[in-house]
Design a protein around this ligand. Structure first.
Ligand SMILES: [Zn+2]
Length: 69
């Protein structure tokens, strides 16, 4: 996966795949930092990422898929 450019803040659109990548363990430290920074400043993405996390957890339960993070 390509690294995020460090000279631009991530957008709300980026958050979607960043949360997904983070969940799959594909996000590097800079990506995590950028995601957390955006979430700290953006109530919408904070809510959205929480719902993503809950949704994925529900899917794992439904599918019996409890692979480690
Ligand atoms: Zn946002």
């Amino acid at each position: 996966m390509e690294n995020l450019p460090e000279d631009r803040p991530i957008t709300c659109r980026d958050t979607t795949w960043l949360v997904s990548a983070a969940r799959d363990g594909e996000l590097d430290e800079a990506g995590h930092a950028a995601l957390q920074k955006h979430i700290a400043d953006c109530p919408f993405c904070r809510e959205a990422s929480q719902q993503f996390t809950d949704l994925f957890r529900s899917l794992d339960l439904l599918l019996g898929n409890d692979r480690p993070k």
